[in-house]
Structures are given as structure tokens and as C-alpha cells.
Design a protein around this ligand. Sequence first.
Ligand code: ATP
Ligand code: MG
Length: 503
Amino acid sequence: MPDAVTTADASSPLLRMQGISKRFPGVRALHEAHLELRAGEVLALLGENGAGKSTLIKMLAGVHQPDEGSIEVHGSPLSISGPMVARQAGIAVIHQEFNLIPALSARENLFLGQERTRLGWLAAGHERREASRLFQRLGMQIDPDRAVRDLTVAQQQVIEIARALSFNARIIVMDEPTAALSPREVEGLFKSIRELRSQGYGIIYVSHRLDEIFEVCDRATFLRDGQYIATKNVSELTREKMIELMVGRSLDQEFPKRKSQRGATRLAVRGLTRKPTVRDVSFELRRGEVLGLTGLIGAGRTEVARLLFGADRADAGSVTLDGKAVDLRSPRQAIASGVCLLTEDRKSQGLVLNRSILENFSLPNLKRFAPWGWIQQRAERKAFQEFVGQMRIKISGPAQLAKQLSGGNQQKIVLAKWLQRNADVIIFDEPTRGIDVGAKFEIYQLINNLAEAGKAILMISSELPEVLGMADRILVMHGGRITGEIPRAAEATQEQIMELAVR
Ligand SMILES: Nc1ncnc2c1ncn2[C@@H]1O[C@H](COP(=O)(O)OP(=O)(O)OP(=O)(O)O)[C@@H](O)[C@H]1O
Ligand SMILES: [Mg+2]
């Protein structure tokens, strides 16, 4: 049974959502969910992939309307029929995928939709100063005239938060804000969050990284399958308890054991260079091995993966597979040589959002299923169903559009579609980004199975506990170079990695 809704102190809370239900065709996204946010607190909203977190948040943004239930802001009922209503009520939502316009400048994005009465050039000068002031307040240097597409993810996020401050929002909602940030940028964000909290803002914080909840949140509300489970003070929770409230069962370990045998060298890289992002990178990857590749965002890790996958061309260096030199000019060639890349960016590289899940799954597998004519469809569906079951992907059916899946479930489909291939050098780029703690375990197990089957795995990850828990060896990159190797991950510490990562 769900706990009773916690009632606020004497004054009414900033925000109260009660008995919220929402159905999409074939899916019950929310069923009588509750949430209450007080001034001056950071409230975590936790739950597995597809639990309904983003759906609940989108109601605050005016993107979805509840089928049932009520929303109160400062004690008064409010029907959030659209984004303008949300804004006028002082609610700012920073979505899982940002809403900035890449071609416009930081300043233009910041003030988009906020009418200014002054003459154009005057307004620009005023806005520029205002923008700099807001960025500074959030502890980030950003040139207001720089186009958003040339900014880092962390800078884009600061613009989103600055935008919230610029229209005096009191309720700020962040949906997985750290998914694409480096550790240092996460620290910066936390500083801003603490600052906002001390000024009486109410913040709703969604993340699958449990460490962060302990670090920055005061209370946590748990959803499971669209239903309200409980609200707890974070200080009363342990990691285990949190996991249990999220997934409804306890996990006795976070990283499954692997029994793989390190075999012969499958991939060797010598002096790989593509300026300015990759410089003189050399390493070997053996069969049956999980090699971790970590470092701060922008260290060149993804760029190394793209070179190995033939998505970019190297200026210099050589790659051998089983000791034979290969020239990976294109992804097609890489795939034919048994090299496969699971990208971190599911939106632009991984999924066709307007196609069905089944189509997305089959797209790279046409060759495999095609020769069988009409049997193709059955084989395809069977493979698909197996994967959906194994990964516990929450979908209403194979015909559901990819864009209708929750963020984490999209990521699982990307994994599914590539793992159908018979690759034996598999590069995972941030494989568990946005994935809930229960499903992470399944992905780890899957990676272990691949390693045990003799495949060579390169795992790029920014989550240090994950690299330490999963890799046999760890390479650390900084500024395009490999700054160190940790031969036995099991005996290493996060501090050791961080030291190499900033060198
Ligand atoms: N526009 C939509 N059309 C159909 N179904 C949807 C739509 N948006 C969400 N859903 C479904 O509603 C459920 C809840 O999704 P939601 O995005 O709220 O999950 P979430 O808790 O944010 O998960 P994640 O941690 O993966 O981001 C999922 O089953 C999802 O597929
Ligand atoms: Mg979500």
C-alpha cells in the first residue's frame, strides 16, 4: 500500500499534484500519482524506466494534461493547459532533451518568447548584460553571442536554468540533468541547485544516478508502474532501500560476476590520431576482455570510438584486427570486419523516432532476416520478443513509435538492435546512460555474456563506479591522449581515475 501523502508544514506547499492519472493508447502511464514540493527543497522523483516520471513532469510543463487529478500551485488549483500557463505560474521544466534552438545564440535562446518593448539594438545590449549576469550567477562563463550548437551540454543546461530564473520561476524541474555532464560540470550544477534551494526555490530532480540523490536531494518520491509508492526523507534512506522502493525487489549486487578468459589480442591500435581531438592513442583489446575507457566529457573517448567504427577518418595511426592491418573507411566496412559501435546519442544516431520499435529493431538486421522471405517476419518478431523480455523493455507493442518510449527504454532498443549483429568487437559508448538501476544490471549481465562468449568489449563510460565494477582494465583519457592505464580495475579507486582524468 502506498504511504499517505506527506502533508507540508503550516504553509501550503509550492506545488501539490494529487490523484494524477494518464493513459496513452495501450499504456497506463500514471495511475493516481501524488507529489508535493515545498519551498526550499530538492525533491527527487525516482522510478524505473517507464515509471511515469517524465509524463508527470510534462504535465507541469503543459505538454500533457492529466486525465484525472488536480494540480495546485501555492495552494490554488491550476489547470496547466499549455506552456504559457506553466510559465505564468512560475514553473520551469528542463526536459530530458533540451529545447534550445541550435542556430540561435545563447542570449537569443535565453530570452526567446519574452517580449521586450525597447528598440531592437537597445534590447540586445540589455539582454547581453542580463544574460552574462545570469550565467555568472550560475557559475558559468558563456559568451551570450555564441551559437548554442557551439556550446557544451553543460553550458546549454545553464542556459535552460538561466531561462527559468529570467522569468522568475519558483518551481524548477530537471529531468536527468546530469546525464551528459562530466563530474566537474555536475559539481557546478549542484552548486547552482544548492544556491537556488537556499533562496527558497523548489526543485524537482529526476536522475538514475543514486549517488546524486544522496548528495543533493532532501526528500524522494517514488513511482512504480505509474503508481505512487512513497515519499521519504533522503537522510532516512540507504542505497539498498532506494533500489527496493524503485524496482520493488532488492538487488543483492550491482555488478554481476564475470567468468571470462582473456584470449588473444583481437584489436590493436597504434598512434591513432585525428587532430585536435585524438592524439597518438595506442592500446590493445583482447578477446573475452572488457576494457573500460573513461575520462571527462570532451576527453576524446567518443572520437576514438568513431574512428574505430569508420565514422571519421584518422590523420595517422594504424588499426589491426587479429594482427592484420585494416583500413576502416566506413561504418559499413567496420561492421563487415566485426566491429560495432553502440552510440551514446540515441536520438541522432541510434533511433528513427518516427518509426515503430520493431522497424527500428530490424533496420540494421535486414540482411540477417531477409533471405528467408516470409519467414523473415516471424524470426524477426521472435528475436524481438526475446529481447524485450530479457531487457524488460516497457512497450505497448511492437508497433509503438520509438518516440513514445520513455528515455531509458529507447536506450534499450538501441542496444537490442545492435546486439542482434554478429559483431565480436563491441564498443559501448555510455551504455547505461538514462537506464534505471534494475535494468543496468541486465545490461551488465549482457555485457558479461558477450565477454564470456569471447567477444572483445570496449566500454566507454563516465560513471566511475560502473567502470570500476565492470572493466578488467581501464584506460583514462584527457585532452585526446591516453593519460594512464589501470591494469586491474578491481583494485583501483575513483580518486586514481580522477587524477589521470585531469592530468
Ligand atoms: N507520447 C506518448 N505516447 C504513448 N506512450 C507514451 C508517451 N509518452 C510516454 N508514454 C509511455 O508512458 C510510460 C511512462 O513513460 P515516462 O516517459 O513517463 O517514463 P519515465 O519514468 O520518465 O522513464 P525513463 O526513466 O526511462 O525516462 C511509458 O510506458 C511510455 O512508453
Ligand atoms: Mg523520463
